[in-house]
Design a protein around this ligand. Structure first.
Ligand SMILES: [Zn+2]
Length: 251
């Protein structure tokens, strides 16, 4: 009986994924929220990456929301980042599985997750480094790093030669209210370089603090750890590739 069930399950997911690809994900926001299967059973592996242990997040969480900043211009550089060929997000299978539990937990409370970034190829990190060396390229300074001298971005740790994202089990995300369809107020925007983005910042109000804690509580409960400097950034504690930095494209 089990093999039959697996075949049927796999077929439905393939069909969903093909439909999803065809409509370029625009239907995801409208997809009925109750379609997410929150049971602990394993999803089929429908890998389109060069690695058999990576998935697109929407394959595991069909109703996930995306705003993949590095695939477009609304990011701290102001241009699409190398290695992002498509507005999608990939993670290692264990990280995606844990994230699905976060989504289920939050949906019971009237929220859902929105992804800004997940697996990040090394060529994208290299793009950040090259950009950081050009001191007069400050197109997006006002929005993302108004109080920081671009030359200090390395020294202060906002940009580094290696990123946990490149290991495939780190994700940048926020929470959206299911009723309003809007992001809840976290006190500072994603990728804002400054103290206000730190966990425990005193520059934000009690409600904003509570919103950050809601995300943190959900993520920590299902195996992720936080980064003190960025409220949106989480890494799977038991990451499957703790020392491997990948370079395949996001597509
Ligand atoms: Zn991050």
């Amino acid at each position: 009986m089990m093999p039959f069930l697996n075949i049927r399950f796999s077929f439905i997911h393939r069909l969903t994924f093909a439909f999803n690809k065809k409509l370029k994900y625009s239907w995801i926001a409208l997809f009925p929220l109750f379609f997410l299967d929150c049971s602990p059973k394993r999803h089929p592996k429908l890998t389109t990456s060069p690695l058999s242990n990576f998935v697109h997040i929407e394959q595991v969480i069909p109703d996930v929301l995306y705003e993949i900043r590095y695939a477009g211009r609304h990011n701290f550089i102001g241009r699409p980042i190398d290695g992002y060929k498509k507005s999608t997000a990939m993670l290692s299978v264990p990280a995606a599985d844990s994230l699905k539990k976060v989504q289920c937990y939050l949906k019971k409370r009237g929220y859902r997750i929105k992804i800004f970034d997940a697996y990040r190829p090394q060529r994208a990190v290299n793009h950040f480094i090259q950009w950081a060396k050009v001191s007069d390229d400050t197109l997006m300074k006002r929005e993302f790093y108004p109080q920081i001298d671009k030359r200090d971005l390395f020294k202060l740790g906002y940009i580094a030669a290696r990123s946990g994202h490149t290991r495939g089990s780190t994700v940048d995300l926020t929470i959206v209210d299911i009723n309003t369809g809007r992001e809840i107020d976290m006190g500072s925007p994603f990728d804002f370089f400054g103290n206000i983005s730190h966990h425990g910042s005193r520059q934000i109000n009690a409600e904003q603090q509570a919103h950050r804690l809601l995300l943190k509580e959900a993520m920590l409960q299902f195996g992720f750890k936080a980064l003190p400097e960025e409220w949106w950034h989480y890494t799977l504690v038991e990451e499957p590739y703790p020392t491997t930095y990948f370079n395949f494209e996001v597509k």
